[in-house]
Ligand binder design. Structure first.
Ligand SMILES: Nc1ncnc2c1ncn2[C@@H]1O[C@H](COP(=O)(O)OP(=O)(O)OP(=O)(O)O)[C@@H](O)[C@H]1O
Ligand SMILES: [Mg+2]
Length: 261
């Protein structure tokens, strides 16, 4: 592991009109680390991550990548530093196949005649790269030419994860990746997260399902009404303790508010 955290978010504040969505949210993550981000409904989890992906601009606070301060004015800037987010609704195109979804908006082209404006989709190369990618992540699908709408929720989640890491992501943020899944499929998604970690990719997983968080996360960060109130190594805490932090039965820990570590 390198010395610097891959990402640090320090004392982020963000208001939407009268709603103070974030008021001192902090988090750090090391390369290849899996962090669970938990908190009650409306605690600010999604908003916090949208600050990191450049969807929202913070009112105050700092973002650092590899120890250097950055600003993300739009999602493109965040993505170009290797940050990818999978949203609650997945944002897949259901009527397209796996290959098309993995390369959606970033299609590979070829220009067989080397003439200007005569590029065509390089279907073979995209198919080959998709198969390679799924193998790397140990994701099984019957065919990469299957339409995504014909796949189970868990397989769709797997495609969304594959799509997110297809372009050298260093950090993948997953917002409730297991909420809509059958039990058997949950295990598969958690396996993929473990494979990402083994590949050195960092993962932030937002979930209300604490058993999933305890299953995959190295560390757990609790947001309460927009503030980071606790950070725990998974091995050094219990579900009881985390639940107490979530529901607000425990006073914030001053040391964790500033650093998120
Ligand atoms: N675009 C927006 N405009 C106005 N208010 C917003 C916006 N996005 C979020 N909020 C408000 O900010 C607060 C935090 O919302 P957020 O979606 O980040 O919570 P969350 O922790 O992700 O909740 P959940 O677990 O229900 O997904 C809420 O009060 C929400 O209504
Ligand atoms: Mg949310």
């Amino acid at each position: 592991m390198s010395e610097h955290p891959l990402i640090e978010l320090i004392d982020i504040h963000k208001a939407f009109g009268p709603v103070q969505a974030l008021s001192g949210a902090s988090l750090s993550i090391m390369p290849g680390e899996v962090v669970g981000l938990v908190g009650d409904n409306a605690a600010g989890k999604s908003t916090f991550m949208k600050v990191l992906t450049g969807v929202h601009q913070p009112d105050s606070g700092e973002i650092k990548v590899n120890g250097e301060r950055v600003t993300f004015r739009d999602p493109g800037e965040s993505r170009r530093t290797g940050i990818e987010m999978i949203y609650q609704n997945l944002a897949l195109a259901p009527n397209l196949d796996v290959v098309a979804n993995v390369f959606l908006g970033r299609e590979l082209l070829r220009n067989p005649l080397s003439l200007p404006f005569l590029s065509v989709l390089d279907e073979k190369l995209m198919e080959h790269k998709t198969i390679e990618l799924l193998q790397r992540l140990k994701i099984n699908v019957k065919s990469v030419r299957l339409l995504v709408e014909k796949m189970s929720g868990g397989q769709q989640q797997a495609v969304a994860i594959a799509r997110s890491v297809a372009f050298e992501a260093k950090l993948v943020i997953m917002d409730e990746p297991t909420a809509a899944l059958a039990v058997k499929e949950v295990g598969k998604v958690l396996d993929i997260i473990n494979n990402l970690r083994a590949d050195g990719v960092s993962v932030i997983i937002i979930s209300h399902r604490l058993q999933d968080i305890f299953n995959v996360a190295d560390r757990i960060i609790v947001l309460q009404t927009g503030k980071t109130i606790a950070t725990r190594k998974t091995k050094e805490t219990t579900m009881d303790e985390i639940v107490k932090f979530i529901v607000g039965g425990v006073q914030p820990e001053l040391s964790t508010i500033a650093s998120g570590r």
